[in-house]
Design a protein around this ligand. Structure first.
Ligand SMILES: [Zn+2]
Length: 102
């Protein structure tokens, strides 16, 4: 009696409909990250960005539209280059420095 009730609970918790629901939900949440993480032989986006030297820009303001992949949803970001440190785009991580002419 007790063991048959236990088996019934196990079966219901492993029902295909429940499993499908959970997997599809997590797939939506992790899809963006998984796109980058599934191939561990490639470098992570942040490692790639850190290898890119700061981009020299004439003028105090640069409009960053992302690197080469428009699928990342990068809006045009205007970055002020008044600081001595390279300015980092908060969307794509590219770094910009003001190219001073003396
Ligand atoms: Zn950017």
């Amino acid at each position: 009696m007790a063991s048959s009730l236990f088996k019934t609970l196990i079966r219901s918790s492993n029902s295909p409909s429940t499993a499908r629901y959970l997997s599809s939900t997590s797939a939506v949440i992790s899809n963006h990250t998984a796109k980058w993480m599934q191939d561990i032989s490639k470098k992570s986006p942040m490692e790639l960005i850190n290898e890119v030297p700061p981009i020299k820009v004439e003028g105090r303001i640069v409009a960053c539209e992302g690197d080469t992949d428009p699928a990342l949803g990068h809006p045009i970001e205007f970055i002020c280059l008044d600081l001595k440190e390279p300015a980092v785009c908060k969307y794509c991580g590219l770094r910009y420095v003001q190219d001073h002419h003396h």
